[in-house]
Write a protein that binds this ligand. Structure first.
Ligand SMILES: Cc1cc2nc3c(=O)[nH]c(=O)nc-3n(C[C@H](O)[C@H](O)[C@H](O)COP(=O)(O)O)c2cc1C
Length: 202
């Protein structure tokens, strides 16, 4: 795909390839470590992307040791076990349904915490919408920094919540392997909807 029509520079084109046009969802991993510091770099970029009222409800638990990944194993769908267990880093993207507690810090010029206390029916939609958005931002930030992603929703979310989150307000949304993908394990690229099929301009 050629993006030069949008006046992008060569640097833009290289970044677009890393994030979109050449980036793929991974099914297997090369034996290459992920430096721990990059997890903070991903956070420091992705946390700048927008959420409603800056509510920032995504919480991430990174599984980096064999022991931590073994705790996850029983919750994985059979087809996802190998790709998660062999992955250098597995991120559990979770939603904090108590996100409003942080609004006095995150959105200090107004009473966001009180707003959600008065409108409890908005909490779930707001939490899920924004935590999912943030997980998308995180994957794009990880790609921009040179990592590959392998997102999966084929797992038992209730089991993951019981194993990792207990009685807290956190609930798992989806999991994502992070590392350097093995090109030999890629599936063929599936088609995407054309602009005319997915978009309406009024
Ligand atoms: C939220 C989410 C959940 C997914 N769940 C699974 C999964 O359980 N197992 C799997 O093999 N792939 C899963 N995928 C991968 C998708 O099938 C893949 O992203 C899509 O087909 C596009 O592939 P591409 O990025 O290589 O073009 C998931 C992707 C996302 C974003």
């Amino acid at each position: 795909m050629d993006h030069r029509g949008l006046q992008s520079t060569q640097a833009d084109t290289a970044l677009l390839e890393k994030i979109f046009t050449r980036a793929r969802s991974q099914n297997g991993w090369l034996d290459r470590a992920v430096p721990p510091a990059i997890l903070e770099e991903i956070h420091d970029l992705a946390c700048l992307a927008p959420t409603s009222m800056n509510c920032s409800p995504l919480r991430i638990t990174y599984l980096v040791t064999t022991e931590a990944k073994e705790r996850l194993r029983p919750a994985l769908a059979a087809g996802n076990v190998d790709k998660m267990m062999t992955c250098p880093v597995v991120a559990i993207f979770a939603t904090d349904f108590a996100f409003a507690e942080r609004l006095p810090f995150l959105f200090p010029h107004t009473d966001g915490k009180g707003f959600f206390e008065r409108n409890p029916h908005l909490v779930e939609d707001t939490a899920l919408r924004n935590a999912t958005l943030q997980a998308g931002y995180y994957m794009l930030a990880a790609r921009a920094l040179g990592l590959d992603c392998g997102p999966i929703s084929g797992f038992d979310a209730k089991a993951v919540d019981a194993i990792f989150f207990g009685e807290t307000a956190l609930r798992s949304n989806f999991l994502c392997g992070l590392g350097h993908g093995d090109p030999a394990k890629l599936f063929a690229r599936h088609p995407r909807l054309a602009f005319k099929d997915a978009c309406t301009v009024l």
